[in-house]
Design a protein around this ligand. Structure first.
Ligand code: FRU
Length: 441
């Protein structure tokens, strides 16, 4: 049983997939390479939770078994209908296999089809009988790129089912495609959207949803952030206008990063048992932990909109789990701890070697002591100007620090290694530390 963060059961994890509250349980799948702590021919691994706090690994759910997905079962989503679980994903086939490593292709030579798997109960997945191609490899590059078209996110609105896919215009400009269906199996192309000269060359993992009447788009543009040290692919979100009759969507200029630590990627949302919009995302790790596993999921975050700003708040089930007060991080178990404080201009605190500072109206972080210098990664991050105050809640895991500022106004999450056991240099800062409450430990 894992708590708080979903981590792979060894080997490799990337994107969250098929996140759904189904038959009174949360099901989450994730991109997994089951043979090594690196990316390769993708499978979907499966974890289940009753409360978004404790997770149980269920093994591999979807694996390559058809011509169209023989080289990878890429990202996708889940819906429920008639009591069944429908999983949508992208099947990949290599046109040029790497002879030295058949789990990789050569020269980016692969093609993509959209596929569907039906499970009667969310626990059994028949990779031979219950999986089929629903949108074949594109033959019309004006509509969809045969190679880079992927990551179906499906939702229902009224009597129709909608699908959004990420794609590219000639490897130059990212784009989204919209499809519609009345039976979940036959899909018709409806529309597309892009932003000329905006947001990178390929848009991965799109997700569209409404929160209190606000229409929100989340996606992960490739080649977006270029400082030579950080990941070029970054996840952003924005408020959009989507006309469901025509599937017309305008992409605005303004956006927020999902997370200002820039390690977080490929988020996916679903609706929780109380109707909240809850999000998980992959934290990219620069190296496997003890050479054994790589990648983890963030704390479940609730998406809300207030005064035109998109908030990512810690899910209440996680908040409520960290209620046992302790006086030092040494008293916490392997699930980590939470440290809470207010930070005013000029104040700072050091959490196990991770620095958090307030300068003017911004929060700054520095993880330089907790990464191998030879990795040459970005170590310092900051929020934009704050508007809501100075409250900070830091969730500390041995390999991930998540700094929630003003209840999710901004979040800075950073992967870290060799975290210290002490909280230092909190000169004027009064802090409180919490670990998981008794019944959960
Ligand atoms: C994002 C992504 C997706 C793709 C998957 C493959 O991290 O590249 O676009 O479906 O990972 O593992």
């Amino acid at each position: 049983m894992q708590k708080i963060h979903v981590k792979p059961d060894g080997n490799w994890m990337n994107d969250p997939n098929g996140f759904i509250y189904y038959k009174n349980q949360y099901h989450l799948f994730y991109q997994c390479f089951p043979y090594d702590a690196r990316w390769g021919r993708m499978h979907w691994a499966h974890v289940v939770s009753n409360d978004l706090v404790s997770w149980e690994h269920q093994g591999i759910a979807i694996f390559p078994s058809k011509m169209d997905d023989r080289d990878g079962c890429f990202s996708g989503s889940a819906i429920e209908d008639d009591g069944k679980m429908y999983l949508y994903y992208t099947g990949v086939r290599y046109l040029k296999e790497n002879p030295e490593d058949i789990n990789l292709c050569l020269d980016e030579q692969f093609i993509s089809a959209q596929m569907m798997m039906i499970s009667e109960d969310g626990y059994h997945f028949d990779n031979i009988k219950n999986k089929r191609t629903i949108i074949p490899v594109s033959e019309n590059s004006k509509v969809a790129d045969a190679r880079h078209t992927r990551d179906p996110k499906v939702w229902k609105d009224g009597d129709a089912w909608y699908m959004v896919l990420g794609s590219t215009i000639n490897d130059r400009q990212g784009k989204l495609l919209f499809f519609k269906s009345t039976d979940k199996e036959n899909w018709t192309y409806e529309n597309s959207t892009t932003k000329e000269n905006g947001f990178g060359w390929m848009w991965e993992c799109p997700d569209y949803f409404e929160v209190d009447g606000n229409q929100i788009l989340v996606f992960s543009p490739m080649g977006f952030y270029k400082d030579g040290k950080s990941y070029e692919n970054q996840s952003i979100c924005m408020q959009v206008n989507f006309e469901k009759e025509t599937c017309h969507m305008d992409i605005p200029d303004t956006y927020q990063y999902l997370d200002y630590g820039l390690d977080l990627y490929a988020p996916q949302t679903t609706v929780d048992e109380e109707g909240r919009r809850v999000l998980l995302a992959w934290l990219r790790m620069p190296a496997p932990v003890h050479g054994q596993w790589s990648g983890m999921q963030c704390i479940p975050r609730v998406v809300e909109v207030k005064n035109k700003h998109i908030y990512f708040r810690v899910h209440p089930n996680i908040k409520n789990a960290f209620t046992k007060k302790i006086s030092s991080p040494n008293e916490a178990d392997e699930n980590g701890y939470k440290v809470s404080f207010a930070l005013e201009d000029g104040e700072s605190i050091d959490v196990g070697g991770f620095q958090i500072m307030r300068k003017g109206n911004r929060v700054y972080t520095d993880r330089s002591g907790l990464l191998d210098e030879t990795w040459d990664m970005q170590t310092e991050f900051s929020t934009p100007d704050l508007r809501d105050g100075s409250q900070i809640d830091v969730y500390v895991d041995p390999n991930l620090i998540e700094v929630f500022i003003n209840d999710g106004e901004y979040v800075i999450s950073n992967c870290i290694y060799n975290l210290g056991k002490e909280i230092h240099n909190a000169k004027n800062v009064k802090y409180e530390i919490y670990t998981l409450h008794e019944t959960d430990v």
